[in-house]
Structures are given as structure tokens and as C-alpha cells.
Design a binder for this molecule. Sequence first.
Ligand code: SAM
Length: 350
Amino acid sequence: MTSEVATDLAEKMRLRAALIERIGGYMTAHAIGVVAELGIADLIKDGVRGSEELAAESGTHEPSLRRLLRMLGAVGITTEPEPGHFALTDVGAQLRSDSPDSLRAFSRMFCHPIFFSAWQGLEHAVTTGERAFDHVYGKDFYHHIAAHEDVSALFNVAMSEESRIAAAQLTAAYDFSDAGTVVDLGGGDGTLLTAILTSHPRLRGIVFDSPSGVAEAPAVLENAGIADRCEARAGDFFQDIPTDGDLYIVKSVFQDWNDEDSLALLRSCRAQMPDSATLLIVGSVLPETAATDQPIPFFTDLNMLVIAGGRERSESEFRAMLEDTGFTVRSVKLSAAGPLSIIRATPAPA
Ligand SMILES: C[S@@+](CC[C@H](N)C(=O)[O-])C[C@H]1O[C@@H](n2cnc3c(N)ncnc32)[C@H](O)[C@@H]1O
């Protein structure tokens, strides 16, 4: 074989492997979901555990569990320092429930059969522009999970795991000292507001969400010792939002909604929040073109097409929506620690 032929073949093999590894993404997601569901990372903790003990403790089939953990070793979730013995990498350690940075519930939720089944409707969504979730389940995501208490509770914890790190980024990036009463619209179990109020003892707060979305919030606020200055309020943010706030946070919510609904939500905020209040839109801002260094907002964007019918938006799209609904954009800030954007807007004079 000439050296040109060998180089050409090596390049073909590299390209082939790159595509096949990406196709294996769904296998990786399934494998992570099973490890999260079975609590295997909680058994490994920070040690090295043999697959026989792990199988006995998790009630699984040892040769199959070993293959699962080995496959996860190939993608950097576990290591296998000696045959049949496994440890967690720093990435895999996030699957432990006892880690303050745990993403176990997040992994269980996003690798849940509900999500996997909905993704089977991706072709339908791309062909028609309709939500895949509704096509597969016959109703929208939030109505579906409201009728399934266990899934709704898992979703709320999954969101709070994601919000914990975002809360640290937000409190580092935004000065809340004069905020008075902070309202978190679509605030889930109150994790974000708990972090803000814990570091600002003079602030008061209202976590506002649907009845199933806010169900776990009273316990979270009580456990954090802030229930005397933070209320959990249930309602529909398209109809009635609290009118007694000074700062309104909307984090990772607009991505759930199409443009018509997002504009309706912004109009609801503009009509009901005091003229002197501030609106903070917190979450991802989609780069204007595809970027391999920031894949997560693009994953979320497609996930929204499948699950919720919404989409991620670019800074210019957020600006246009805010201006259309009577807000003035005051600043757009990117958290220094990562891709979390904070858009600050105030009601424009009528
Ligand atoms: C993607 S989650 C984000 C939760 C939280 N802000 C966070 O970042 O972790 C969207 C939230 O909007 C809430 N939500 C959906 N529809 C709502 C409605 N009509 N009124 C109030 N909240 C709603 C959901 O229950 C959910 O908690």
C-alpha cells in the first residue's frame, strides 16, 4: 500500500468513526439513563467496585452490568482500572445522588422513556412543524406530566439540579441587593429563589408556577429556612402573575413556548408587573449560527421542537420580542462562568 493510499484510508476511517460515534449518542444516553435509574453511581461512590458486588447490590445481571459499565468507560463516565472493577470519572460522579452537583434526576428525566418515545416523533416534527410530544402522547408535555405525579416530581427535581449551578452563576453576575421582592415566574421548586434569598437576607420572594410545578416548593423553602419571607404561589402565568414584585425572573421558560405564546407571556408580564419593576430573562441565548464549541443550546433547541413546541432564541430575537411587547432592553450579560445569559429589561413608558 502506498503512503497516499494509507493516508486516504486513515482519513476515511477517522470520518467514519466520527459519524458512528455520534450515532452512538442514543446508546450513550440509554446507558446513562439506566445507570442513573439503578443508582449504580451511588454504589460505586468514590471507590473502585467489582461488577459482581455491584450486580449483587443492584439486583442486576453481572455480565450485562459489566458490559454496560465498560461501554460507559469508553465515553468517559467510568474507568476500569482492572478488568471487571469500575470507578467514576469526575463526569460520572455527577450521577451520584449525594453530590451537591448531582445531575442524577436530570439524567433520569432526560433519559426517561417519556422523552425517548417523544423523540421518535422527531421526523413528524421536522416534516410538519408540530410538537412531536403531542403527536406521540395526544396531549402537551405539561398537561401530561401534571397527570403523572411521579414524573412531575422527577421533572421538578431535574430542573432544580440544573438551576443550582445557574443560581451560583446568576448570584455572581447580578446585584440583587436592592431588589425588594423577587418573583420567579415558572420558578419550579424554588431552588433558584432559595439561592438568591439565602445570600440576600433582606429580600423577599414569590415562587410562581403551575400547581404541579410549584408542588415541592413549600418544602424547599421551609428546609432552607426562608419560608417566612418567601411564598410559593400557584397560578397560570398567561393569566395572572403576582403584581407585588420589584424584580421578575423568568429562567429557562421562554424556550418552552412558540413565538405567539412567548409574546403572550411577555404581554402578561408587561400588563401586570409594576411600571417600576425589572424583568430578568435568564437562560440560553442561541448563537446566530451553529457552533461546535457550544452544542448544548442547540440540543435544547431541538428538544424543545420535540417536547414543548418552543425554541431557543438569539439575542436579536429576544430584543425584538421585548420591544414588541413594551419593554426596553437595558443590558444583555453573559455569565463569566459559562453560557448563561441575563437579559435585563424594564417596562417602556406607555
Ligand atoms: C423548563 S421549566 C424551568 C423551571 C425553572 N425556571 C428552572 O429554570 O429550573 C419551565 C417551568 O414553567 C412552568 N410552567 C409551565 N406552564 C406554566 C403556566 N402556564 N403557568 C405557570 N408556570 C408554568 C413549569 O411548571 C416549569 O416549572
